[in-house]
Design a binder for this molecule. Structure first.
Ligand SMILES: NC(=O)c1ccc[n+]([C@@H]2O[C@H](COP(=O)([O-])OP(=O)(O)OC[C@H]3O[C@@H](n4cnc5c(N)ncnc54)[C@H](OP(=O)(O)O)[C@@H]3O)[C@@H](O)[C@H]2O)c1
Length: 270
Protein backbone atom coordinates (compact mmCIF):
# COMPACT_ATOMS: atom_id res chain seq x y z
CA UNK A 1 0.00 0.00 0.00
CA UNK A 2 1.32 3.47 -0.91
CA UNK A 3 0.97 6.02 1.88
CA UNK A 4 0.22 9.61 0.90
CA UNK A 5 0.67 12.79 2.92
CA UNK A 6 -0.44 16.37 2.48
CA UNK A 7 1.32 19.13 4.42
CA UNK A 8 -0.72 22.34 4.30
CA UNK A 9 -4.48 21.95 4.23
CA UNK A 10 -5.39 25.42 2.94
CA UNK A 11 -7.26 25.96 -0.33
CA UNK A 12 -5.07 23.75 -2.49
CA UNK A 13 -4.17 21.03 0.03
CA UNK A 14 -7.75 20.51 1.18
CA UNK A 15 -9.07 20.53 -2.41
CA UNK A 16 -6.53 17.88 -3.42
CA UNK A 17 -7.32 15.73 -0.36
CA UNK A 18 -11.08 15.96 -0.96
CA UNK A 19 -10.93 15.30 -4.68
CA UNK A 20 -8.35 12.48 -4.57
CA UNK A 21 -10.51 10.71 -1.97
CA UNK A 22 -13.85 11.51 -3.62
CA UNK A 23 -12.68 10.29 -7.03
CA UNK A 24 -11.08 7.15 -5.58
CA UNK A 25 -7.52 8.08 -6.63
CA UNK A 26 -6.38 7.65 -3.00
CA UNK A 27 -8.06 5.48 -0.37
CA UNK A 28 -9.00 7.05 2.98
CA UNK A 29 -6.74 4.75 4.96
CA UNK A 30 -3.75 5.73 2.78
CA UNK A 31 -3.87 9.48 3.46
CA UNK A 32 -2.31 11.57 6.26
CA UNK A 33 -2.71 15.35 6.54
CA UNK A 34 -1.06 18.09 8.62
CA UNK A 35 -1.31 21.84 8.88
CA UNK A 36 0.36 24.64 10.86
CA UNK A 37 -2.90 25.42 12.70
CA UNK A 38 -3.66 21.82 13.57
CA UNK A 39 -7.41 22.17 14.05
CA UNK A 40 -7.72 22.84 10.29
CA UNK A 41 -6.09 19.48 9.46
CA UNK A 42 -8.11 17.71 12.16
CA UNK A 43 -11.37 19.14 10.81
CA UNK A 44 -10.49 17.99 7.28
CA UNK A 45 -9.45 14.57 8.59
CA UNK A 46 -12.81 14.17 10.39
CA UNK A 47 -14.69 15.22 7.26
CA UNK A 48 -12.83 12.82 4.95
CA UNK A 49 -12.16 9.96 7.36
CA UNK A 50 -8.39 10.30 6.92
CA UNK A 51 -5.68 10.71 9.59
CA UNK A 52 -4.26 14.02 10.87
CA UNK A 53 -0.86 14.35 12.55
CA UNK A 54 2.02 16.81 12.76
CA UNK A 55 4.39 17.51 9.84
CA UNK A 56 7.05 15.11 11.08
CA UNK A 57 4.73 12.18 11.47
CA UNK A 58 3.07 12.84 8.10
CA UNK A 59 6.49 13.08 6.42
CA UNK A 60 7.62 9.89 8.15
CA UNK A 61 4.52 7.90 7.16
CA UNK A 62 4.26 9.07 3.54
CA UNK A 63 5.73 7.45 0.46
CA UNK A 64 4.37 10.35 -1.58
CA UNK A 65 4.22 13.73 0.15
CA UNK A 66 2.34 16.73 -1.26
CA UNK A 67 3.76 20.05 -0.06
CA UNK A 68 0.84 22.49 -0.24
CA UNK A 69 2.13 25.49 1.69
CA UNK A 70 2.85 28.91 0.24
CA UNK A 71 6.27 29.37 -1.39
CA UNK A 72 7.55 31.49 1.53
CA UNK A 73 6.71 28.68 4.01
CA UNK A 74 8.10 25.84 1.93
CA UNK A 75 11.75 26.16 2.91
CA UNK A 76 10.77 25.93 6.61
CA UNK A 77 8.61 22.84 6.05
CA UNK A 78 11.39 21.06 4.16
CA UNK A 79 13.98 22.08 6.77
CA UNK A 80 11.75 20.66 9.53
CA UNK A 81 11.22 17.33 7.75
CA UNK A 82 14.42 17.00 5.66
CA UNK A 83 15.92 14.12 7.68
CA UNK A 84 12.83 12.08 6.81
CA UNK A 85 12.76 13.05 3.13
CA UNK A 86 14.93 10.20 1.89
CA UNK A 87 15.38 9.00 -1.72
CA UNK A 88 12.67 6.37 -1.12
CA UNK A 89 10.07 9.15 -0.98
CA UNK A 90 8.57 11.35 -3.67
CA UNK A 91 7.75 14.95 -2.76
CA UNK A 92 5.30 16.86 -4.95
CA UNK A 93 5.37 20.63 -4.46
CA UNK A 94 2.47 22.76 -5.69
CA UNK A 95 4.33 26.05 -5.09
CA UNK A 96 4.66 28.13 -8.23
CA UNK A 97 7.90 29.97 -7.42
CA UNK A 98 10.00 27.24 -5.82
CA UNK A 99 12.23 25.45 -8.34
CA UNK A 100 13.09 21.77 -8.60
CA UNK A 101 16.70 22.71 -8.04
CA UNK A 102 15.75 24.35 -4.76
CA UNK A 103 13.65 21.35 -3.69
CA UNK A 104 16.40 18.90 -4.59
CA UNK A 105 19.05 20.95 -2.82
CA UNK A 106 17.13 20.91 0.47
CA UNK A 107 16.42 17.19 0.81
CA UNK A 108 17.28 13.80 -0.70
CA UNK A 109 13.75 12.83 -1.78
CA UNK A 110 12.77 12.45 -5.42
CA UNK A 111 10.95 15.60 -6.43
CA UNK A 112 8.18 16.79 -8.73
CA UNK A 113 6.25 20.01 -9.14
CA UNK A 114 2.51 20.08 -9.86
CA UNK A 115 0.53 23.26 -10.43
CA UNK A 116 -3.19 22.46 -10.31
CA UNK A 117 -6.10 24.85 -10.68
CA UNK A 118 -9.21 25.56 -8.63
CA UNK A 119 -11.08 23.96 -11.56
CA UNK A 120 -9.47 20.68 -10.46
CA UNK A 121 -12.04 20.84 -7.64
CA UNK A 122 -14.66 20.13 -10.36
CA UNK A 123 -12.51 17.44 -11.98
CA UNK A 124 -11.82 19.84 -14.86
CA UNK A 125 -8.51 21.50 -14.05
CA UNK A 126 -5.27 21.50 -15.97
CA UNK A 127 -2.32 20.44 -13.77
CA UNK A 128 1.11 21.48 -15.02
CA UNK A 129 3.72 18.87 -14.10
CA UNK A 130 7.51 18.98 -13.96
CA UNK A 131 9.46 15.95 -12.81
CA UNK A 132 12.88 16.14 -11.19
CA UNK A 133 15.97 14.32 -12.39
CA UNK A 134 15.60 11.62 -9.71
CA UNK A 135 11.95 10.88 -10.51
CA UNK A 136 11.25 7.48 -12.08
CA UNK A 137 8.83 6.34 -14.77
CA UNK A 138 6.67 4.95 -11.94
CA UNK A 139 6.63 8.43 -10.38
CA UNK A 140 5.54 9.89 -13.72
CA UNK A 141 2.73 7.32 -14.02
CA UNK A 142 1.65 7.95 -10.45
CA UNK A 143 1.39 11.74 -10.74
CA UNK A 144 -0.37 11.42 -14.11
CA UNK A 145 -2.85 8.97 -12.56
CA UNK A 146 -3.53 11.18 -9.52
CA UNK A 147 -3.88 14.47 -11.38
CA UNK A 148 -5.65 12.70 -14.23
CA UNK A 149 -8.41 11.92 -11.73
CA UNK A 150 -9.08 15.67 -11.31
CA UNK A 151 -8.60 16.90 -14.87
CA UNK A 152 -5.82 17.09 -17.41
CA UNK A 153 -2.17 16.66 -16.32
CA UNK A 154 0.38 18.07 -18.78
CA UNK A 155 4.15 17.72 -18.44
CA UNK A 156 5.91 20.96 -19.36
CA UNK A 157 9.40 22.45 -19.28
CA UNK A 158 10.11 24.07 -15.94
CA UNK A 159 11.06 27.39 -17.53
CA UNK A 160 7.54 27.60 -19.03
CA UNK A 161 5.78 27.04 -15.71
CA UNK A 162 5.42 30.72 -14.81
CA UNK A 163 3.77 31.77 -18.06
CA UNK A 164 1.66 28.63 -18.38
CA UNK A 165 0.42 28.85 -14.80
CA UNK A 166 -0.90 32.33 -15.65
CA UNK A 167 -3.08 30.58 -18.24
CA UNK A 168 -4.15 27.52 -16.28
CA UNK A 169 -3.83 28.22 -12.56
CA UNK A 170 -4.62 31.95 -12.57
CA UNK A 171 -6.87 31.52 -15.63
CA UNK A 172 -10.14 30.96 -13.73
CA UNK A 173 -9.59 34.29 -11.92
CA UNK A 174 -8.69 36.18 -15.10
CA UNK A 175 -11.58 34.80 -17.13
CA UNK A 176 -13.94 35.69 -14.26
CA UNK A 177 -12.48 39.21 -13.97
CA UNK A 178 -12.92 39.86 -17.71
CA UNK A 179 -16.48 38.55 -17.80
CA UNK A 180 -17.44 40.45 -14.65
CA UNK A 181 -16.40 43.69 -16.43
CA UNK A 182 -18.34 42.61 -19.54
CA UNK A 183 -21.50 42.07 -17.47
CA UNK A 184 -21.00 45.30 -15.54
CA UNK A 185 -20.71 47.31 -18.74
CA UNK A 186 -23.88 45.66 -20.10
CA UNK A 187 -25.71 46.81 -16.96
CA UNK A 188 -24.51 50.37 -17.52
CA UNK A 189 -25.74 50.78 -21.12
CA UNK A 190 -28.90 52.62 -20.04
CA UNK A 191 -31.28 49.77 -20.98
CA UNK A 192 -32.08 48.94 -17.34
CA UNK A 193 -30.30 45.55 -17.43
CA UNK A 194 -29.80 44.26 -13.89
CA UNK A 195 -26.12 43.56 -13.06
CA UNK A 196 -26.86 40.21 -11.39
CA UNK A 197 -28.95 39.11 -14.36
CA UNK A 198 -26.13 40.14 -16.74
CA UNK A 199 -23.67 38.07 -14.65
CA UNK A 200 -25.96 35.03 -14.64
CA UNK A 201 -26.44 35.25 -18.40
CA UNK A 202 -22.75 35.60 -19.18
CA UNK A 203 -21.94 32.67 -16.82
CA UNK A 204 -24.42 30.45 -18.68
CA UNK A 205 -22.97 31.67 -21.97
CA UNK A 206 -19.48 30.76 -20.73
CA UNK A 207 -20.62 27.22 -19.89
CA UNK A 208 -22.18 26.81 -23.35
CA UNK A 209 -19.10 28.30 -25.01
CA UNK A 210 -16.82 25.91 -23.09
CA UNK A 211 -18.90 22.98 -24.37
CA UNK A 212 -18.60 24.23 -27.96
CA UNK A 213 -14.85 24.70 -27.54
CA UNK A 214 -14.50 20.97 -26.86
CA UNK A 215 -14.83 20.57 -30.65
CA UNK A 216 -14.09 24.00 -32.13
CA UNK A 217 -10.95 26.13 -32.27
CA UNK A 218 -11.21 29.73 -31.04
CA UNK A 219 -10.95 30.98 -34.63
CA UNK A 220 -13.70 28.67 -35.88
CA UNK A 221 -16.02 29.56 -33.01
CA UNK A 222 -15.45 33.30 -33.57
CA UNK A 223 -16.15 32.81 -37.30
CA UNK A 224 -19.38 30.92 -36.46
CA UNK A 225 -20.75 33.91 -34.53
CA UNK A 226 -18.97 36.94 -35.99
CA UNK A 227 -20.22 36.58 -39.55
CA UNK A 228 -18.64 38.89 -42.11
CA UNK A 229 -20.27 42.33 -42.10
CA UNK A 230 -22.37 41.51 -39.05
CA UNK A 231 -22.64 43.17 -35.65
CA UNK A 232 -20.54 40.67 -33.66
CA UNK A 233 -17.66 41.24 -36.08
CA UNK A 234 -17.56 44.89 -34.94
CA UNK A 235 -17.25 43.82 -31.29
CA UNK A 236 -14.62 41.16 -32.10
CA UNK A 237 -12.51 43.82 -33.90
CA UNK A 238 -12.52 45.96 -30.74
CA UNK A 239 -11.32 43.01 -28.63
CA UNK A 240 -8.59 42.17 -31.14
CA UNK A 241 -7.41 45.80 -31.15
CA UNK A 242 -7.42 46.44 -27.41
CA UNK A 243 -6.70 43.16 -25.63
CA UNK A 244 -3.07 42.52 -26.72
CA UNK A 245 -1.94 45.53 -24.69
CA UNK A 246 -4.00 44.38 -21.69
CA UNK A 247 -2.44 40.90 -21.77
CA UNK A 248 1.06 42.35 -22.30
CA UNK A 249 0.55 44.38 -19.13
CA UNK A 250 -0.91 41.37 -17.31
CA UNK A 251 2.15 39.20 -18.03
CA UNK A 252 4.50 42.08 -17.11
CA UNK A 253 2.71 42.54 -13.78
CA UNK A 254 2.70 38.83 -12.89
CA UNK A 255 6.30 38.42 -13.99
CA UNK A 256 7.34 41.29 -11.68
CA UNK A 257 5.45 39.63 -8.80
CA UNK A 258 7.09 36.24 -9.48
CA UNK A 259 10.49 37.99 -9.24
CA UNK A 260 9.47 39.57 -5.92
CA UNK A 261 8.35 36.22 -4.45
CA UNK A 262 11.54 34.54 -5.65
CA UNK A 263 13.59 37.32 -4.01
CA UNK A 264 11.70 36.76 -0.76
CA UNK A 265 12.34 33.01 -0.90
CA UNK A 266 16.02 33.67 -1.66
CA UNK A 267 18.58 31.43 -3.26
CA UNK A 268 17.94 28.49 -0.98
CA UNK A 269 20.19 26.08 -2.86
CA UNK A 270 23.23 28.20 -1.95
N1 LIG B 1 -4.92 28.50 -4.79
C1 LIG B 1 -4.64 28.17 -6.04
O1 LIG B 1 -5.44 28.32 -6.98
C2 LIG B 1 -3.29 27.55 -6.35
C3 LIG B 1 -3.06 27.03 -7.63
C4 LIG B 1 -1.84 26.40 -7.91
C5 LIG B 1 -0.86 26.33 -6.92
N2 LIG B 1 -1.09 26.88 -5.69
C6 LIG B 1 -0.02 26.79 -4.68
O2 LIG B 1 -0.56 26.10 -3.55
C7 LIG B 1 0.16 26.49 -2.39
C8 LIG B 1 -0.84 26.76 -1.29
O3 LIG B 1 -1.72 27.78 -1.73
P1 LIG B 1 -3.15 27.95 -1.05
O4 LIG B 1 -3.92 28.84 -1.93
O5 LIG B 1 -3.68 26.62 -0.67
O6 LIG B 1 -2.70 28.75 0.29
P2 LIG B 1 -3.42 28.73 1.69
O7 LIG B 1 -4.89 28.57 1.56
O8 LIG B 1 -2.86 29.90 2.45
O9 LIG B 1 -2.88 27.39 2.37
C9 LIG B 1 -1.59 27.25 2.86
C10 LIG B 1 -1.69 26.35 4.07
O10 LIG B 1 -0.36 26.03 4.49
C11 LIG B 1 -0.38 25.96 5.89
N3 LIG B 1 0.98 26.11 6.40
C12 LIG B 1 1.77 27.21 6.39
N4 LIG B 1 2.96 26.94 6.98
C13 LIG B 1 2.89 25.64 7.37
C14 LIG B 1 3.78 24.79 8.04
N5 LIG B 1 5.01 25.20 8.45
N6 LIG B 1 3.40 23.53 8.31
C15 LIG B 1 2.18 23.07 7.91
N7 LIG B 1 1.27 23.83 7.27
C16 LIG B 1 1.64 25.11 7.01
C17 LIG B 1 -1.27 27.10 6.30
O11 LIG B 1 -1.72 26.89 7.62
P3 LIG B 1 -2.47 28.01 8.54
O12 LIG B 1 -3.89 27.59 8.54
O13 LIG B 1 -1.83 27.91 9.88
O14 LIG B 1 -2.23 29.34 7.88
C18 LIG B 1 -2.40 27.00 5.27
O15 LIG B 1 -3.45 26.15 5.69
C19 LIG B 1 1.00 27.70 -2.78
O16 LIG B 1 2.35 27.31 -2.90
C20 LIG B 1 0.45 28.13 -4.13
O17 LIG B 1 1.47 28.66 -4.97
C21 LIG B 1 -2.28 27.46 -5.38
Amino acid sequence: MTAYGIIGTGHMGSMLAEEFIRRGAINREELWVSNRSQEKAQKLARKLGVRAADNLKVAERSDVLFLCVRPVDLKGVIAETSELLTPEKLIVSVAVDFSLRQLESLCRARAARAIPSVASGKGLGVTLLVLGSGASEDDRSLVFRLFGSIGWPVEVAEEQLEVLSDLTSSGPAYISAILREFALEASMRGAGVDKDLAEQLIKKTLIGTAALLEDESFDDLIAMVATRGGITEEGAKVIEALSPEMFRQLFSATSAKHRLVKDRIGNVEE
